[in-house]
Design a protein around this ligand. Structure first.
Ligand code: HEC
Length: 266
């Protein structure tokens, strides 16, 4: 019985009748039109404003703001920082993405404990997701410049690539199962082929994004954690090296793409 259920689930997810190739362009055009209509009033703009307010509000045990946070371009420099993340940081001895770096600043500047800074990351309109949105928007119009040239960044990108192809979980899916072929989709959702730099750029430059189906802004970490859940693979921790490795590889694939976040997604 259990086997039947799993096989049925795999079939549903993998394609028997679910992944349509190049079919029904009208549906895709409909989504494109919908995105166009929402462009002038993306609800993510409210998240950006909240993030901007959080950035300058004294908070935490030290009652300090985040204005001196170093996102890689020096203390307080937000402009263009998102386009260059993830990157190596000497002070923490880690390759960090925007989420984990914000947690570092909340700990070092504001005196939060890391567990407290991360605790509610998944709640609708969480502080962390608002801050990520604010930081990302300050790179709007700039090309992604995360070529992973530092040896530790190169190592993380290589790990991310291995993880992308690694099959795991009861369905034996890898990221590549769904994201390495052209013109694939599950129901109405297009599945970007991340092996193709043009598709990687088109996707990665639109995150963080407002997800209409969730009525909420999602950051890239959240997107990846949810894809891992869809794979029925063991949960990945927020801020973990596995997630950052995947992001490092994806950003490298998308290098040169001009950021237009926040995007709008199904
Ligand atoms: C079972 C198929 C499946 C697997 C396996 C999968 N994903 Fe996804 N992924 C999706 C679907 C479906 C979406 C679009 C979701 C939506 O729009 O609702 C998506 C969206 C994404 C996006 C955002 C694309 C965009 O711009 O809208 C990224 C990035 C991504 N996946 C990365 C990954 C990574 C990395 C892995 C492996 C850890 C992975 N996915 C595994 C199905 C999958």
């Amino acid at each position: 019985m259990k086997r039947v259920v799993i096989v049925g689930l795999a079939a549903a997810l993998l394609g028997v009748g679910a992944i349509a190739i190049g079919q029904d362009n009208a549906a895709l055009e409909g989504i494109a039109k919908y995105r166009e209509m929402l462009k002038d009033g993306n609800p993510a703009d409210l998240m950006e404003l909240r993030g901007a307010a959080l950035w300058t509000t004294p908070r935490g045990p030290r009652h300090a703001t985040l204005e001196a946070c170093d996102l890689g371009l020096g203390p307080g420099v937000v402009d263009g920082a998102y386009a260059r993340l993830p990157r190596w940081f000497d002070d923490t001895g880690r390759v960090q993405d925007v989420e984990s770096r914000l947690v570092t600043c909340m700990v070092t500047l504001q005196g939060f404990r890391a567990e407290d800074a991360m605790r509610d990351w998944y709640r609708p309109a969480s502080d962390l997701e608002a801050l990520v949105t604010y930081v990302a928007v300050q790179s709007q119009g700039q090309p992604i410049d995360a070529p992973a040239t530092h040896p530790r960044e190169a190592e993380m990108a290589a790990i991310g690539e291995v993880l992308f192809f690694r099959r795991a979980g009861p369905l034996d899916f890898s990221c590549a199962t769904c994201h390495s072929q052209r013109d694939r989709r599950i129901r109405l959702q297009e599945l970007p082929d991340f092996l193709d730099p043009a598709e990687a750029r088109a996707s990665i430059t639109t995150w963080p994004a407002y997800r209409v189906s969730q009525s909420n802004v999602w950051t890239m970490e959240r997107r990846l954690i949810d894809c891992i859940r869809q794979m029925r693979a063991p949960d990945a921790d927020f801020g973990s090296d596995a997630i950052i490795a995947l992001e490092t590889w994806l950003q490298k694939q998308a290098t040169g793409g001009v950021l237009s976040s926040p995007g709008i997604k199904r």
